[in-house]
Design a binder for this molecule. Structure first.
Ligand code: DGY
Length: 321
């Protein structure tokens, strides 16, 4: 009898996907608290590994798994945690979960945009501290989004959906992208511009790019200085896109108005300076955290694992070049 395929979930896969794997494979799960050493030990002999943004997939992990490893299925659309070159060298397939989280993440970006514009995080914290003494005509004055120019940096699936949702505010939509997005131009009236123009003209700048080395600190001190004093920066992409020290400085000095962040460089650590920065809405990487989205992601992870172990093409492979 051939041995059953062994699937290792490095941390956690929701039941919507886990149950599908359990029906067919021998499945082991590390749990959210598993240390790097525990994960390395666990993956030994795995045919498939389920990873997520908190699991670096590198030479060390792939070697620990062994040459029988066929697939790394990432429980996320972003795959900056995975060394693609190392996977290609070993002929390990990599998959991710596009589409499943488009709405959830775009909706959270809208929520952060509105929270930052109206400084709702600070207002709520102050009220919870018992500081509210009654209606105050001068307290917590924010910025209205109606008619605001929306700048979408990266017009992929999530950026496109964010632009569509923000269209309701009635302002112009600018975007950056490697290619012209004709459908967005026709349907949303979106206009492709260079990044420096977008930074200078947009009232809201929302980041929807992957966390590649080339994109690291795309929003640095110079980029922040190019923005309007009333600008709102939103990041639901990856933390590395923003130089957080420069952002904290811009918020402290008022060189931009506000920020709404869901992702951070070096998660789960959040720079102290950002935690204290004014007019800042901060969330702990919950862009895709709706039951619908996470269940769909989990099912897609399981379907990708099953396809590869059945020698079928995976549903959503990552291009290894
Ligand atoms: C992703 O899928 O890349 C998200 O950041 C995870 O929530």
């Amino acid at each position: 009898m051939p041995r059953p395929n062994r699937v290792v979930i490095a941390r956690l896969l929701l039941p919507a996907g886990r149950d599908l794997l359990d029906e067919r494979f021998e499945v082991t799960e590390g749990g959210l608290g598993s240390s790097r050493e525990e994960v390395l030990a666990l993956v030994s002999g795995a045919d498939a590994i389920v990873t997520d943004p908190a699991v670096p997939v590198d030479d060390e992990l792939l070697d620990a798994a062994g040459p029988q490893l066929k697939v790394v299925a990432n429980f996320a659309v972003g795959f900056d945690n995975i060394d693609l070159e190392a996977c290609r060298e070993r002929e390990v397939t990599v998959t991710n979960t596009p589409d499943a989280l488009t709405n959830a993440t775009a909706e959270l970006a809208v929520a952060l945009t509105m929270a930052a514009a109206r400084n709702t995080s600070e207002a709520e914290r102050s009220m919870r501290r018992g500081e509210w003494t009654g209606w105050d005509p001068a307290a917590y004055l924010g910025i209205e989004l109606s008619g605001a120019t929306i700048g979408v940096v990266g017009m992929g699936r999530i950026g496109r959906r964010y632009a569509e949702l923000m269209q309701g505010f009635g302002g112009e939509i600018l975007y950056t992208s490697r290619s012209v997005k004709e459908e967005a131009e026709v349907k949303l009236g979106a206009r492709k511009v260079e990044l420096d123009r977008l930074l200078a003209e947009a009232d809201v700048i929302s980041l929807h790019l992957p966390g590649t080395p080339e994109n690291r600190h795309l929003i640095d001190a110079d980029a922040l200085a190019a923005m309007k004093e009333t600008a709102i920066l939103v990041n639901t992409g990856r933390g590395v896109l923003v130089d957080s020290d420069a952002l904290a400085e811009a918020l402290e000095t008022g060189s931009i108005w506000a920020a709404g962040l869901d992702v951070y460089e070096g998660e789960p650590d959040v720079p102290e300076r950002l935690l204290k920065a004014p007019r800042t809405a901060l969330l702990p990487h919950i862009g895709s955290a709706t039951t619908k989205s996470r269940d769909e992601m989990a099912r897609l992870v399981a379907a990708n694992v099953a396809a590869v172990l059945d020698d079928e093409p995976p549903l959503t492979p990552v291009d290894l070049g």
